[in-house]
Design a protein around this ligand. Sequence first.
Ligand code: GLN
Length: 412
Amino acid sequence: MEYALGNVFGLDTFLLRCWLWSRYSRFTGSVMSSIVSGSRLPHIKGSIFADLSRAAKKRGAVNLSQGFPDFAPDQRLLDALKETVSGNYHQYGLPEGSEMLRQSVARMFRNLYHVEPAPDTEVTVTAGATQAISAAVSSLIHAREEVIFFSPAFESYAPAVMLAGAVPVCVNLRPPTFDVDWEEVEDRVTPRTRMIIVNSPHNPSGRCWTADDVKRLAEIAEKYNLLVLSDEVYHNIVFEREHITAISDERLKQRSVVVGSLGKTMHVTGWRIGYAIAAAPLTNEIRKILQFNTYAAPTPLQQAMAVVLDDAAYRGLPDLFLRKRNRFIEGLRNSRFGFTPTGGGYFQLVDYSAISELSDTEFSAHLMETHGVAALPVSGFGPQYAQARLLRFCFAKKEKTLDAATTILRNI
Ligand code: GLN
C-alpha cells in the first residue's frame, strides 16, 4: 500500500510534483484525459485513517489506528445536545461560528494559558480542525510561495499547501526524539517562504514543544516575516510539561493561526467542530474563505458544545489520558515491542524492530490480518519513515479495548 504525499522530502518539490503528475496521470490516463484535465492531487490515493478504519472493521480487528475515542462522551454534552435538538437551533448559524462557542473557546485559552483571544475578531469556529488548516493555508498563502512543515506530518498539511498552488517544503524530524533542528529549519527558509506549520503535541510522536522551541520559532518567524500555522489539536493532553500555545509568545501572536479541535477535547471527533484563533487581520481572511466553503458549521452541535465547554470539560483530560497511556504501555511491558512513553496527545509510537524486518506498511498489514490489531504505519505521515519500524497506536480507548490489544501484542 502506498499512502499520501509521494515524496516531497528533501528534493526539489516543484520538480517532484511534475514527476508525480506525469507518473500518476499515466495510470489514470484514459478517463482523466476525457473528463478531468489532470488531478489537482495526482499522488493522493485516499486517507490512511479512513483506509485503516475501513480495513479494521472488515477484519473485525481491535482498531488502534485512527485517532478517535471508543468511549462515550460526557453525559452533560449528550443532554445538552438533546436540548438543542428539541429547541430552536436548526437553521444557519453565523459563518464565524456561534458567539457563545467562540466565547467558550476564548475562556478556555484564558483559563489554561492566560491569553485572551477576542471572540468577535480572533476566534472562528470551523467544521473540524482539518477545515481550519485548509482555510488558513488557502486564505493566507499565494501560488508559488513555500510552506515549511515537519515530517512525520498529519496527512492534510502538504495537500492543503499544494491546493493553494504553493510548495510544501519538508524538514524531517529524526526518531526516536523527533526534536526540531532549528538550524536546519532556518537553512530551508528562502525568499519565497511564507509560512511554517508546527504541531505540538506532535502527531504521531507525541513530542511537546519546549520553551526553547517556541523561542527559536519566534526568532525565525520574525526575522523572515513568516506566518505560523500552529496545529494544537492535542493541547488539552500533555503529560510531562505545560502546553505552550503559539499565541502566548508576543512575537508569534500577530503572525500565528492556532488550530484546535473540540472533537478531540470533548471526545466527539465525528461532530466535526474545530476552531482557528488568529489576530484580526488573519482571521478576517480565514473567514472570507470559510463563508464560501461550508458557510457555517452545524448549529445544534456548536450550541451543545458551548453549554458544556467549561473547566470540568477539559481540566481532567491529562489525567484521563495518562491513565490510558500507562495502561497501554504496562500491557506492552514484557513484550518484544519497544517504546518511549509518549509526552502528549493520544498516540504511542512502538518499535517492532526486535520482531520483524518488514516495512511498516507490511508489518501493519500483517498485524491486522494475522493478529487482528490495527495500528498506523508511521510512513503514512511521511514515506521516508517506512523502514523506521515504528507503528502508531491510539490509546484513546476503553480499558477493555486496550487490554484486548495488548494481550495479543504481548504474544507476538
Ligand atoms: N487526527 C487523527 C489521527 O491522526 C485523525 C484525523 C482524521 O481521521 N481526519 O488519527
